[in-house]
Design a binder for this molecule. Structure first.
Ligand SMILES: [Zn+2]
Ligand SMILES: [Zn+2]
Length: 294
């Protein structure tokens, strides 16, 4: 936890860091001006401590702030939600409050040395699922010094495809995501469901599952049993990767979107939480949109 001695700083509220929102760039945190010159080390990052008859340099405690900031800057938070945090999440209805609680509990409970059950938010767009994924990663990085990564699954797939044309294998892109302590995968199930796409998702999810690492998810698709409308026409089979699979996206369940194998992994790895209050806070009365709110 950071020093909260300077509670009077209007810029950072005593946190010591400020997160910036720059169009077209992932979110960046930096040291607040109030932390510019450390009173212990004068900004060198080291203090001298006695050791026997001589003095030795040891890292100053202010370095942990820089390390936490560096961790946050590697999360890759999309610019539109750069400032998403638990504090900026608005609870419009009970489902919001419950989902916030689940995300905060996870962040508070998380330990690097013991497996921590992740969570999966499902529900229609606009309920704040992405905000809570990012807020969780932000808290872990900036407050607890835990590394995390945020990926939107479709964009990850395009990165992998782009890598192929530059002679980079899929593992070049996936590798950093396989071992990171906490990974958040957003927009799960939005892909076309081709065999290749599933194999990428399977590789990512199964490897993290086998390593006992926490993975968080957000999806617009509902589990079969909680689907808002009948999902299946008896006897009708929709092939994955087909145009029909794409066209029927709206009426499909999460199982159908990701396949049984991956779905059963998700059930084991995560607590499923519905975040679908039937209210789109991106279209609220102020019309200020997600951008300024977060
Ligand atoms: Zn400050
Ligand atoms: Zn210092």
């Amino acid at each position: 936890m950071p020093d909260r001695e300077d509670r009077t700083c209007p810029e950072c509220g005593g946190a010591g860091y400020v997160v910036e929102q720059v169009l077209g760039q992932t979110a960046r945190a930096h040291r607040c001006a109030c932390q510019a010159s450390c009173t212990h080390c004068g900004g060198s990052g080291y203090t001298l401590v006695p050791s026997g008859t001589s003095m030795v340099a040891q890292p100053c405690s202010c370095r942990s702030l820089d390390e936490r900031i560096a961790l946050f800057n590697r999360v890759a938070v999309p610019p539109a939600i750069a400032k998403a945090s638990f504090e900026t999440f608005r609870c419009y209805a009970q489902p919001h409050a419950s989902a916030l609680q689940v995300a905060q509990d996870f962040a508070h409970r998380f330990r690097r040395d013991a497996p921590t059950q992740g969570f999966l938010f499902f529900g229609k767009p606009g309920a704040g699922k992405t905000h809570l994924l990012v807020a969780t990663l932000r808290y872990l990085a900036l407050e607890k010094g835990v590394a995390g990564r945020y990926v939107e699954f479709m964009l990850l797939l395009s990165d992998i495809r782009a890598g192929f044309s530059a002679n980079r294998g899929h593992m070049d892109i996936l590798k950093p995501l396989l071992g990171v302590p906490v990974l958040a995968i957003d927009e799960l199930g939005k892909e076309r469901g081709t065999e290749w796409e599933r194999s990428m998702l399977d590789e990512l999810v199964s490897r993290r599952y086998n390593s006992g690492l926490s993975t968080l998810f957000a999806t617009n698709y509902f589990p079969e049993e909680q689907a808002p409308r009948p999902r299946e026409v008896p006897g009708r089979v929709v092939r994955t990767g087909s145009t029909e699979f794409q066209r029927d996206a709206e009426s499909m369940s999460l199982q159908q979107r990701v396949g049984d194998r991956i779905y059963s992994r998700l059930v084991e790895m995560c607590t499923f939480v519905k975040l679908d209050p039937g209210y789109d806070h991106r279209k609220d009365e102020q019309g200020s949109g997600y951008w300024r709110k977060t």
